[in-house]
Design a protein around this ligand. Structure first.
Ligand SMILES: *Cc1c(COP(=O)(O)O)cnc(C)c1O
Length: 394
């Protein structure tokens, strides 16, 4: 511990990490493979048309997810916008979204001309709450946008059933559940469509990009038309939201190595489990061992017995170049907007906002880094951070 303490910025040291460690996956596949997949873009004589490699990627992703069709987009955000436009009931104004989620979800809904209406989460799983969603459905509801939490999945079957019973369509934002299964079936083929992201921070790193999986051929065609550049013969204006081929090539190379990516994440998760097991005041959110998972995100709950608040920890760790983050705080219903939203009392989201911390993970983090982070958390559990408390002694 003494060695650790002398490193800490708080006590006058240089800072615990020289190179920052983040919560982004940042997986970088073999560059030879990236160039190999990129070859059709430059090959003399047979130069591919724009979108050719993206088409190849769509085939691979559809197969990987067990979906009939995959439509790639420039980002997960624009894939979400397209999903809402094409699935929401046109004559109703509101889209139900969880509040405790991805920070730009309400903006995506607003882009479609609909109004986001916030629903609560389950207290134990932090997944979108079935009961809160059911209670929020009204004659104004055009769509349920169910988002998977960042550890494990929401209750997919129950949400599909709620959609059928209520006549309100559903789509899944499955960005954080890539590689996971629900009752043994891989995420990507549930409901009318599921949305994914290829941002560098996510499990499958395409640098930037997104995609939609669907088993509905007519919907896939409509999404492809919507993604296009310019206006179509029917007078529709396209989003100009295609993924670029270079990003598609990067993604294809990453897909070849997905098992290695996940194996590393499992080692990181195991290291956190081992490193935190004796620290009773911090609870690691556990992956469901009965399903396949990516082990990507590391989320801990800071329990009341821990002597520092979640926010104090974020500030302290960031100063040591540990880029831990407050998990989904503020929740969306507590933000201010320049557009209308529908707010209700959401007690579980309000409670969760101050409890959870995202810890560094992904391809650039080693198990030795995890051991150091856990050692720091254990050290802080025994240490007062009153201004200059320890520093003043020296
Ligand atoms: C990151 C994320 C998105 C958006 O994806 P981008 O490709 O970054 O636009 C959407 N939903 C969730 C749950 C996310 O975590």
């Amino acid at each position: 511990m003494a060695a650790l303490e002398s490193e800490l910025k708080h006590f006058g040291g240089p800072g615990l990490f020289e190179v920052p460690i983040s919560t982004s996956n940042l997986y970088c596949p073999s560059m030879e493979q990236v160039l190999e997949y990129s070859r059709p873009m430059t090959a003399a004589g047979t130069r591919a048309y724009p979108g050719k490699i993206a088409e190849q990627l769509e085939g691979r992703l559809a197969e990987y997810h067990g979906a009939e069709h995959c439509v790639t987009f420039s980002s997960g955000f624009w894939a979400l916008v397209a999903a809402v436009v094409h699935c929401a009931l046109p004559d109703r104004p509101e889209v139900l979204v969880p509040s405790f989620t991805y920070r730009r979800l309400a903006d995506a809904v607003n882009w479609t001309g609909k109004t986001p209406a916030f629903v609560d989460i389950e207290a134990d799983s932090q997944a979108i709450s079935l009961e809160s969603t059911r209670a929020s459905i009204s004659a104004k509801t055009s769509l349920i946008l169910a988002v998977h939490p960042i550890v494990n999945c929401c209750d997919v079957e129950a949400f599909i059933q709620l959609s059928e019973e209520s006549g309100v369509p559903i789509v899944f934002d499955a960005v954080e559940s890539v590689h996971e299964t629900v009752n043994g079936r891989r995420v990507g083929s549930f409901g009318p469509l599921e949305v994914f992201s290829l941002h560098a921070s996510k499990l499958i790193n395409g640098m930037e990009g997104g995609y939609i999986c669907t088993s509905d051929g007519a919907l896939a065609s409509a999404l492809r038309a919507a993604r296009a550049h310019g206006s179509d013969s029917a007078g529709g204006v396209g989003m100009n939201a295609a993924i670029c081929d270079g990003h598609a090539a990067f993604t294809l190379a990453g897909l070849d190595e997905i098992e290695r990516n996940v194996d590393h994440n499992k080692k990181i998760y195991d290291a956190y489990q081992a490193g935190l097991k004796d620290l009773a005041s911090i609870r690691l959110l556990e992956f469901d061992a009965s399903e396949q998972t990516s082990f990507k995100n590391i989320v801990v709950e800071i329990l009341a017995e821990y002597p520092h608040s979640r926010d104090e920890l974020v500030t302290f760790m960031n100063a040591e170049r540990i880029l831990a983050r407050a998990h989904y705080d503020p929740p969306l219903h507590r933000k201010s907007y320049t557009f209308p939203t529908v707010n209700r009392s959401l007690p579980h989201s309000d409670r969760a906002r101050s409890l959870f911390l995202n810890l560094p993970c992904g391809a650039r983090v080693s198990t030795a880094d995890v051991a150091t982070v856990c050692e720091l958390l254990a050290f802080l559990a025994e240490t007062s951070l009153e201004a200059g408390a320890k520093g003043a002694e020296q």
